[in-house]
Design a protein. Structure first.
Ligand SMILES: *Cc1c(COP(=O)(O)O)cnc(C)c1O
Length: 353
């Protein structure tokens, strides 16, 4: 077990008092879960006529969690599913952060939703910039913590920079912060670094989020995943909307997870494409730096991001201009597309002056 250089971690000191005292909504499907087909279901005011979706979905998504647990090698009680990671992240705010009083720490340049969710929930967002290697400034982060700091968001691999944070930096934060450390692993399947999932049992303050939106190719169905201790998952379950993951999403996700080999071959293909794209970008004369990527996008530094963004748009290619982000002056972010799409991008880049 790692040495915790702080007092005993206790999740009950973190949860909002109204959430701790909350009696959750009990749905019809919570009170009686179907076990066979012989029962007559007249408990939920559903319409009895078949449309394939006339019944409420399983509020605990048991089928999907069971399959995810297998491919991720965790047990189902460590999993909470949401309507995209966005809902999962919002639930973390709502469970642990008292509006107008508590604060969270984020590390720009990073995913924009943490800040938006902090604003929506009226939670102070303390920003501690990454260093020039896009790594967390650990001492500065810990210096920013006070008794009302509930969550620290670490996006690794980070969006938009593409790098994974050094393990020792993350461990230092985990071992010296008495709130929750949320590691957003939206891009973990594109990385050769290990997921922090294997460390869940070691760190009671570790929360990991993943998504089916990127490597699994299912941004349209909205399925986000949270992995954490049983205690944390139980708290989040109390406040989630009962039917937050709809039936169509559960079915489509299950089908995709069953076909993990197809997902894996698409990931392998995208990684090949990422390498090809990255090599081709070296030949573009106005690209000054190509940042290494553990994700399905590449961040580059150019001479004039606004100008280059406009020129690509004129050629019908939409990329992300990150120039207004801290430490990201004159950077552009390219998602890795199909071989053909990437060729078009390279072609366009080489033909603008
Ligand atoms: C794309 C992305 C997500 C995905 O969010 P969903 O709501 O699950 O689609 C989460 N975190 C980061 C850092 C991302 O870039």
């Amino acid at each position: 077990m790692p040495q915790r250089k702080m007092k005993e971690f206790n999740i009950n000191n973190l949860v909002r008092s109204n959430v701790a005292g909350l009696k959750p909504y009990s749905s019809a499907r919570d009170e009686y879960q179907s076990t066979g087909s012989e029962m007559v279901f007249l408990d939920a005011n559903e319409n009895p006529f078949q449309t394939d979706v006339n019944r409420y979905p399983d509020p605990q998504q048991r089928g999907l969690k069971t399959e995810l647990a297998k491919i991720k090698n965790v047990s189902t009680e460590h999993i909470l599913l949401g309507n995209g990671s966005d809902e999962v992240l919002d639930l973390l705010f709502r469970a642990f952060c008292e509006p107008g009083k508590d604060n969270v720490i984020t590390l720009p340049p990073t995913y924009g939703m943490y800040k938006v969710l902090a604003n929506i929930n009226n939670i102070e967002n303390r920003e501690v910039l990454l260093n020039s290697d896009f790594e967390p400034n650990v001492e500065e982060i810990l210096d920013s913590v006070d008794q009302n700091t509930k969550l620290i968001f670490l996006c690794s691999p980070n969006n938009p920079t593409g790098n994974s944070f050094l393990e020792k930096k993350i461990i230092h934060i985990l071992e010296n912060f008495n709130g929750l450390v949320v590691i957003d692993e939206a891009y973990i399947d594109f990385s050769n670094k290990e997921s922090w999932l294997n460390k869940l049992k070691e760190y009671p303050n570790l929360v990991i989020t993943q998504t089916l939106s990127k490597a699994f190719g299912m941004a349209g169905i909205r399925l986000g995943i949270c992995y954490a201790s049983v205690e944390i998952i139980q708290i989040l379950n109390k406040i989630k909307p009962p039917y937050n993951v709809n039936e169509l999403t559960q079915l489509r996700a299950l089908d995709r997870v069953h076909n993990k080999d197809v997902v894996d071959s698409e990931i392998a293909d995208l990684l090949k494409q990422r390498a090809i794209l990255s090599e081709a970008l070296v030949e573009v004369n106005f690209i000054e730096n190509i940042y290494p990527s553990d994700a399905n996008f590449i961040l580059v530094k150019v001479d004039d991001a606004n100008k280059r963004y406009g020129q690509l748009l004129e050629k019908g290619i939409v990329i992300r201009n990150r120039t207004t982000q801290p430490l990201c002056e004159n950077t552009l972010r390219f998602s890795v597309g199909t071989g053909e799409e990437n060729k078009k991008l390279i072609e366009a880049l080489k033909n603008i002056e």
